[in-house]
Design a protein around this ligand. Structure first.
Ligand code: ATR
Length: 270
């Protein structure tokens, strides 16, 4: 019988997920012994797979693509962050067969920017490129840090306007962004997955302290290379965000707050 506390990440595909290694690093910090697996649920089969996992004693789950909205619909209660994002990446059992859904993606990114990239957010001008699900989760958490302003720009301007209206931030056309206008520029568009760059002028990066891509690895490279060549002082891919969101999940399940900085270093070397 397996007596270790059991956790898992649900996704499809999920074989590539670094979450098991990340959570084992956190467990080392805590001095705990945990079991953290990957579960590849069938498309449309999240609810059944999650119910089985928790019936068999699972103590917490992470959820990645394409199940974050399925998880949102499956849980019984939502944190404010999950409600704002409309998506759940962390499931916490409440007992009595009830489950809480949270979303730690936004706080994970903010902690990475503050603690690992050492870039302050308060008083900064922030540009977010993209207006998809990922942006919904991060805007309210960025607002909590009191930036001077947030501008959302997207290939489809109506979607940027809709999100900007919801959160009370600004919007602009990609082709009309001001030169030297932003301290932090975050790429949340999925264009990099197909090797495409957002259609913005290099001058937009003129005063950029940090260019950040929410994806990590090869897919982030074209945007970060363009940002550096255009004058961005510092660049970061989303690996730190991945470790950051995992750290908040771990804390929600176990009450232990891992230090993300050494774990980002270790995972980068894998
Ligand atoms: P996610 O949940 O990762 O945010 P999504 O909801 O599918 O994914 O959103 C993808 C985002 O990337 C959208 O803002 C999309 O722009 P559109 O609203 O115009 O579709 C953006 N995107 C995808 N491919 C892009 C490309 N080649 N150039 C610019 N933006 C792109």
């Amino acid at each position: 019988m397996n007596l270790k506390p059991r956790y898992a990440v649900f996704g499809n595909p999920v074989a590539h997920s670094k979450s098991p290694q990340i959570h084992q690093e956190f467990a080392k910090q805590e001095g705990a012994d945990i079991d953290y697996g990957r579960i590849c649920a069938d498309i449309g089969g999240f609810a059944e797979a999650a119910a089985r996992f928790f019936a068999e004693g699972g103590q917490g789950a992470n959820v990645t693509l394409p199940f974050k909205v399925d998880a949102y619909n499956w849980v019984d209660e939502h944190s404010e962050r999950a409600l704002a994002a409309g998506a759940v990446n962390t499931v916490i059992p409440l007992g009595g067969g009830r489950f809480l859904g949270d979303n730690t993606d936004g706080v994970g990114m903010v902690q990475d920017i503050l603690k690992a990239q050492n870039v302050g957010i308060a008083g900064r001008n922030i540009l977010i490129i993209g207006a998809g699900g990922a942006v919904r989760g991060v805007v309210p958490v960025l607002q909590d840090e009191k930036p001077a302003g947030i501008v959302i720009a997207n290939r489809t301007p109506e979607k940027a306007r809709e999100l900007a209206g919801r959160f009370g931030v600004q919007t602009a056309l990609l082709s009309e962004l001001p030169a030297d206008g932003f301290d932090i520029i975050i790429n949340a568009s999925s264009g990099g997955l197909s090797g495409e760059l957002p259609d913005i002028a290099p001058e937009v990066f003129g005063k950029c302290l940090l260019a950040y891509d929410m994806v990590y690895g090869k897919e982030a490279e074209p945007f970060l290379r363009f940002a550096r060549a255009s004058g961005a002082v510092q660049t970061a891919d989303g690996l730190g965000m991945l470790v950051g969101q995992a750290a908040f999940s771990y804390q929600l399940w176990r009450g232990f707050a891992p230090d993300i900085v050494p774990v980002i270093r270790t995972i980068k070397e894998l």
